[in-house]
Design a protein around this ligand. Structure first.
Ligand code: ZN
Ligand code: ZN
Ligand code: FE
Length: 764
C-alpha cells in the first residue's frame, strides 16, 4: 500500500448510540475493511478514528450510518480528515468521562429472538436464566444511574462478572460485547420467592413455584423491568374479582399478557399494524377489539368491548408465561391510583394486602417506568399513544426551534415532565396524577435524574397557568429559574405542532376534560388559532355550569342535568324521570338543577369532556364514574359505527368580533327528543359523535378560510375517542385541510409538558 493512498478520518456519531452495540459494530466493520484505529464512547456519543486504504475508508463512512445496529438511532455523523499515524490494528477504548454528557440513553428493549432461543435451550449456560440479555436487548433506561452508559453507572454495578461473562463482554465479536447488564446464573441477579409478610420462601425453583401458585389462583406480585406487576389468571372470575377488590379498582380494565402472538390473537382481533406494535421491541400494551370467544373473566375489562394485550418483554415474563401456558392479568403493582411500586421494601409494604406471593430479584430498578399503551386508528399508519413510558422513554423528540435549558412541569393528571435544550426535548416517564407526596417525589427525583442524564441545568421552568397544580407550585418555589406560564390548551396545540416540526399558525380543536382558562374559568372545548408563540381563543363550546364543582366530574348525571337545564331555554322543567331513570334518585334532581342554574360552587365550563359525560348519562351509559374518562369511553363503545345520521350543532356568535360558539343546547335537545321517541341509544350516541365531528370540521374550515390557514390540529384527551377522531379527521381532510394529530405523544395531558417546552422555546 502506498503512503499517498492512505487516509485517516475522525468521525463523530451522534444520536442514541450508546448501549446499543454500536462500538462492536464499528469494530467489526473496521476489521472487515482492513482498517486500523479506535472507537470510543464519550459524552457526545461515539467517536471513531479509522486509518487505511482510501477506498476502504470511504466505504467505512458510507456503511457507518447505513448498517448501524437495530437499536441505534443515528442522528448525525460528522467526519474530518486527520493525519495518518501508521497505526496497526483496531481497538475499543475505555469511555471518556469528562466534559458535558450529551449522549443519549436508550429505552428498555424486549428480549431479542437470539436470547429467547438461548433461554429455552437446555444446553445453553443461561438455560432458564431470567436475566439473560445482550447488546441488542434488555433493560437500559430503568437501570441507568448516570452517563456514560457503562456498567459502574447502572444498577448492575454490584454484580461482578464471572470469567465466562467477562470474556463475552470483552470480545468485540461476541453478541454480548459491552452489554452492560450481561450476567449469568453464576454471577448475576437471581430470583427469590417472598410471602406477603416478607418472609423468603425456600423454593428451589422460585419461577416454577410462582407458576404453580398462579395456576392455583393466587395473586402474584412480579418484579419486572420498570416496576412490579400484579399477576393472576385471566380466565377465572373469582380470582380476577378478588384482585379488583383488593386493588380497590372498580371498572378500569386490566391489561393482559399473552404467552405469544397466537395466544394474543385468541383474545383480540389484530390488524397487521396492531400485530407489529404488539411484537415490536417497545412491547407496549395494545388496545384492540376483544374476540367474542376470548376466554377472559368478565372482571378483566367490565363494560369494555376492547382488551389491552401485551407480549412478554423480559426473560422472566417469557419463562413465567410459558410455564403457565395461558394469558395472565398483568396490571400495575399499586393500590387504586397510586404510582406503580418499584422498590422491593416499598412493594412488600404497599402490596402485601393484595398479593399472596412476591417474585422478586436483586437487580434494583433505578427509575419507575409503567407499561406504555397504544391504540391503532383506522386509516392511519401511526397508532394513538395513550401512555408513553417503558420502551419509549427516554428517546428524545426534536423541537422545531432552539430552547434554552429548561424543564417543563406538565399538567396534574397523567403527569409527565420534560427537559429540553437546544433542539432536543426529553419527556420523562408517566408519573401519574400529581396529587400526593408519592407522585411529587417521583416527579422531583425524575427531574433531577434527567438533569444529570442529559446535562441540563435549567434556566427556565415552564408550567401550567393553574395556580393550584403541584407542578406549578414546584416551578414557583424554585429560585434558580425564570418561570413561564403556559395555558393548558395552548400547550396541547403546541405539543402537536412541535412534534410535527411546525411552528404554526394553525387552527386547533382542543377538547379535553379540564384546563385552567386565561379568564380563570374551566376550559375544555376550545378552538384556538395560533402557534407556538401565542394563541387566540377563536371558538368554544357553549358554557354551562358544573353543578357541585368537582363532583360533576365523577357524577356525569349532574352534567346531564346541567345540559338539560341549558337546553330547555324557556325555563320549563325538564323531566328527569324520563331521561335519567333509573340511573339516579329523582329526589337529587331538584337541588342539582338549582345548582345548574347558577348556584354556589358551580363554576361555568366550556368542557367538551363534560358534554360527552352528559350525553353518556342521557344515553343510559352511567350516572357515576370511577375512573377518568370512563363515561365517554363507554359511550364510544356503545355507538353503532354504521350510523351516519346526525343532530344539529349550530355555530353561533354573540358579538361580530367574538369567538364562535358551538351551541350544543340544540344538540342535547335533539338527542333527548330522539331518545324519547324510542331511538336506540347506540344510534343516538353515534349521531351525537357525528354532530360533534361535523361541527368541529365546519368551524375549523371556516376559521382557516377567514385567517388563511391550511393546517388543523386535533388534540386533547377527548380525541382518545377513536370514533370522534376518525370522523373529524375524515371531514377536515375532505375539506382540503392538512390535519395534524399527536403521534409520538399522547393527545391527553401526558403530552402537556412537551407542549410547554415548545411554547417556552418560542418565547425564549
Ligand atoms: Zn438479546
Ligand atoms: Zn457470569
Ligand atoms: Fe388537557
Amino acid at each position: 500500500m502506498s503512503v499517498a493512498a492512505r487516509r485517516r478520518v475522525r468521525a463523530r456519531v451522534e444520536g442514541t448510540v450508546q448501549g446499543v452495540g454500536f462500538r462492536p459494530f464499528v469494530f467489526r466493520l473496521a476489521r472487515e475493511l482492513g482498517l486500523a484505529g479506535w472507537v470510543q464512547n464519550d459524552q457526545l456519543g461515539v467517536l471513531v478514528e479509522v486509518e487505511g486504504e482510501e477506498g476502504a475508508v470511504g466505504r467505512f463512512l458510507e456503511r457507518l450510518a447505513a448498517e448501524a445496529p437495530p437499536l441505534a438511532r443515528v442522528e448525525r455523523i460528522t467526519a474530518e480528515e486527520v493525519e495518518s499515524q501508521g497505526e496497526r490494528g483496531f481497538s475499543i477504548l475505555a469511555s471518556e468521562r469528562q466534559g458535558t454528557p450529551e449522549a443519549l440513553v436508550s429505552p428498555d428493549t424486549a428480549t431479542c429472538d437470539d436470547c429467547v432461543r438461548e433461554l429455552l435451550d437446555p444446553s445453553d449456560r443461561r438455560y432458564r436464566y431470567p436475566f439473560i440479555n445482550c447488546t441488542t436487548c434488555g433493560p437500559r433506561f430503568t437501570i441507568v444511574r448516570g452517563v456514560p452508559y457503562d456498567r459502574p453507572l447502572t444498577t448492575m454495578a454490584g454484580f461482578t462478572m464471572c470469567a465466562a461473562c467477562r470474556a463475552e463482554y470483552e470480545d468485540p465479536l461476541d453478541r454480548r460485547f459491552h452489554a452492560q447488564p450481561n450476567a449469568c446464573p453464576a454471577c448475576g441477579p437471581s430470583l427469590s420467592l417472598v410471602t406477603a409478610r416478607g418472609g423468603v420462601l425456600d423454593a428451589r425453583d422460585p419461577l416454577s413455584a410462582a407458576a404453580e401458585g398462579l395456576e392455583d389462583g393466587l395473586i402474584v406480585a412480579v418484579k419486572g423491568i420498570g416496576g412490579y406487576h400484579l399477576a393472576c389468571r385471566a380466565d377465572v372470575e373469582p380470582v380476577v374479582a378478588a384482585l379488583r377488590g383488593r386493588k380497590q379498582r372498580e371498572d378500569k380494565p386490566f391489561a393482559l399478557m399473552a404467552p405469544d402472538a397466537d395466544a394474543a390473537r385468541a383474545l383480540v382481533d389484530l390488524s397487521p399494524t396492531e400485530e407489529d406494535l404488539l411484537g415490536g421491541r417497545e412491547r407496549p400494551i395494545v388496545i384492540a377489539r376483544r374476540r367474542a370467544d376470548a376466554v377472559v373473566a368478565p372482571s378483566v375489562a367490565p363494560l369494555s368491548p376492547d382488551l389491552g394485550v401485551m407480549l412478554p418483554y423480559s426473560p422472566l415474563h417469557h419463562l413465567l408465561l410459558r410455564e403457565v401456558g395461558r394469558p395472565l392479568v398483568m396490571t400495575s403493582g399499586n393500590v387504586s391510583d397510586e404510582p406503580i411500586a418499584y422498590e422491593d421494601r416499598d412493594a412488600v409494604a404497599r402490596l402485601d394486602a393484595i398479593a399472596d406471593l412476591f417474585v422478586r430479584h436483586d437487580r434494583p430498578i433505578q427509575t419507575r417506568t409503567d407499561d406504555s399503551v397504544l391504540r391503532s386508528i383506522a386509516g392511519r399508519r401511526t397508532p394513538l399513544m395513550l401512555r408513553r413510558s417503558r420502551g419509549y422513554v427516554p428517546d428524545s423528540l426534536a423541537l422545531p426551534l432552539e430552547a434554552p435549558p429548561l424543564v417543563a412541569g406538565g399538567a396534574e393528571l397523567k403527569n409527565t415532565f420534560c427537559l429540553a435544550k437546544g433542539r432536543r426535548a426529553w419527556v420523562g416517564p408517566h408519573i401519574g396524577d400529581l396529587r400526593n407526596w408519592e407522585t411529587l417525589r417521583s416527579f422531583r427525583e425524575g427531574v433531577a435524574h434527567f438533569e444529570r442524564l442529559f446535562a441540563i441545568a435549567p434556566r427556565v421552568f415552564a408550567h401550567d397557568t393553574h395556580p393550584d397544580y403541584l407542578s406549578t407550585r414546584e416551578a414557583l418555589e424554585r429560585e434558580d429559574v425564570e418561570t413561564i406560564a403556559v395555558q393548558h390548551h395552548h400547550a396541547h396545540l403546541a405539543a402537536c405542532l412541535a412534534e410535527h416540526g411546525e411552528l404554526g399558525p394553525a387552527v386547533g380543536a382542543i377538547y379535553d376534560g379540564t384546563g385552567y382558562g386565561s379568564d380563570g374559568t374551566v376550559w375544555g372545548g376550545e378552538l384556538l388559532v395560533g402557534g407556538l408563540a401565542g394563541f387566540d381563543r377563536a371558538g368554544l363550546l357553549w358554557p354551562v355550569r358544573m353543578p357541585g364543582g368537582e363532583r360533576a366530574i365523577t357524577e356525569p348525571w349532574r352534567m346531564a342535568c346541567s345540559w338539560l337545564a341549558a337546553a330547555s331555554g324557556d325555563g320549563s322543567d325538564p323531566d328527569p324521570t324520563r331521561h335519567l331513570a333509573p340511573l339516579i334518585d329523582a329526589r337529587l334532581w331538584g337541588p342539582v338543577r338549582e345548582l345548574a342554574r347558577g348556584g354556589m360552587a358551580s363554576p361555568s365550563t366550556s368542557s367538551m369532556g363534560r358534554l360527552f359525560d352528559a350525553v353518556a348519562a342521557l344515553c343510559g351509559v352511567r350516572a357515576r364514574v370511577n375512573y377518568e374518562g370512563q363515561a365517554a369511553a363507554e359511550l364510544e363503545a356503545l355507538c353503532d359505527r354504521r350510523e351516519r345520521g346526525t343532530y344539529p350543532l349550530p355555530l353561533a356568535t354573540e358579538r361580530p368580533d367574538g369567538p364562535l360558539l358551538f351551541d350544543a343546547r340544540a344538540t342535547v335537545a335533539a338527542l333527548v327528543a330522539d331518545l324519547a321517541g324510542g331511538a336506540d341509544p347506540a344510534r343516538a350516541g353515534a349521531r351525537f359523535h357525528n354532530a360533534v365531528a361535523d361541527a368541529t370540521a365546519a368551524a375549523c374550515v371556516r376559521l382557516a378560510g377567514e385567517r388563511g390557514l391550511e393546517v388543523a390540529v386535533l388534540s386533547g384527551g377527548v380525541f382518545q375517542n377513536r370514533l370522534l377522531l376518525e370522523r373529524t379527521t375524515e371531514r377536515l381532510a375532505g375539506a382540503g385541510l392538512r390535519v395534524l394529530v399527536p403521534e409520538r405523544l399522547p393527545p391527553n395531558d401526558g403530552g402537556i409538558s412537551y407542549g410547554q417546552a415548545a411554547v417556552a422555546a418560542a418565547r425564549g
